[in-house]
Ligand binder design. Structure first.
Ligand code: MN
Length: 256
């Protein structure tokens, strides 16, 4: 089974060719509009606050959008996204990234997202991913592999991140468990490696350090007056966030 959830297969590995430094592969216009069909199919985009399923032109520089979104939905997880060929390649990381090179974090590849998703922070009121999305880290990334498509097919991608919280060299390595799109995110040893758990040391948004209650309190209307849209541990967490959000937005709560 292919490692990707997108309906279009990845290009076949090509012979490695040398490109001038600082340039990424220039995708054809067709390749620049990779299908976001899976993204669109999972959501009611007419009702959701999430960005539309529109692919951007493939970037022609080495500076590609990078972001991590902390997403409290059925389970708390971190969505790790790398811009490539006009979309954001995406992995859901249950425990979040670790800056400790000795720690490998499971990263499940999920459907490609629009590049515009890289700045999304807000509430998904209902449906797929219902919950709160925090923009936990944002910046740029650049591949250390000559051919990103070939590296993805081979299941071994090396890259640099320059962002607010994550920096330096990283690797994504596909595990050989057949039929599962599972990868491992690993920090490569360098000056940015640290054994400090970055997700707990820096839990808030890159947008003014807001937390989940503050993001929820920004909504014009309470999305869940009858309680959280998910159950279990995530539901309990969300319930306490709803209470704290009401304290932050008392006027809105009074309108209920
Ligand atoms: Mn998610």
């Amino acid at each position: 089974m292919p490692p990707r959830t997108s309906s279009r297969p990845l290009p076949k590995p090509q012979a490695m060719t040398k490109r001038p430094a600082g340039r990424s592969p220039t995708a054809s216009p067709r390749a620049g509009r990779r299908l976001l069909a899976s993204y669109a199919a999972k959501r009611d985009l007419a009702r959701s606050a999430e960005p539309p399923a529109v692919a951007a032109a493939a970037t022609r520089t080495a500076r590609r959008t990078f972001c991590v979104q902390k997403h409290l939905a059925h389970h708390l997880h971190y969505d790790f996204r790398l811009e490539h060929r006009g979309v954001l390649l995406s992995w859901a990381i249950p425990k979040g990234p670790s800056t400790d090179p000795a720690v490998k974090r499971l990263a499940m590849q999920v459907e490609d997202h629009p590049v515009a998703y890289g700045s999304f922070e807000g509430v998904i009121a209902s449906g797929y991913g219902a919950g709160i999305v925090m923009l936990w880290d944002a910046g740029v990334w650049s591949p250390l592999d000559d051919d990103v498509d070939a590296a993805l097919v081979a299941g071994r991608l090396s890259f640099m991140i320059r962002a607010t919280k994550l920096n330096g060299r990283w690797s994504l390595i596909r595990t050989r468990r057949p039929g599962r799109p599972s990868w491992l995110l690993i920090k490569v040893q360098d000056a940015y490696a640290s054994r400090r758990e970055v997700t707990s040391a820096r839990p808030h948004s890159v947008n003014g350090s807001v937390d989940f209650p503050a993001i929820l309190a920004r909504e014009d209307r309470e999305p869940w007056p009858d309680g959280p849209p998910v159950g279990g541990e995530a539901g309990d967490l969300l319930r306490s966030i709803i209470v704290r959000a009401r304290r932050l937005a008392p006027r809105r709560a009074a309108q209920r």
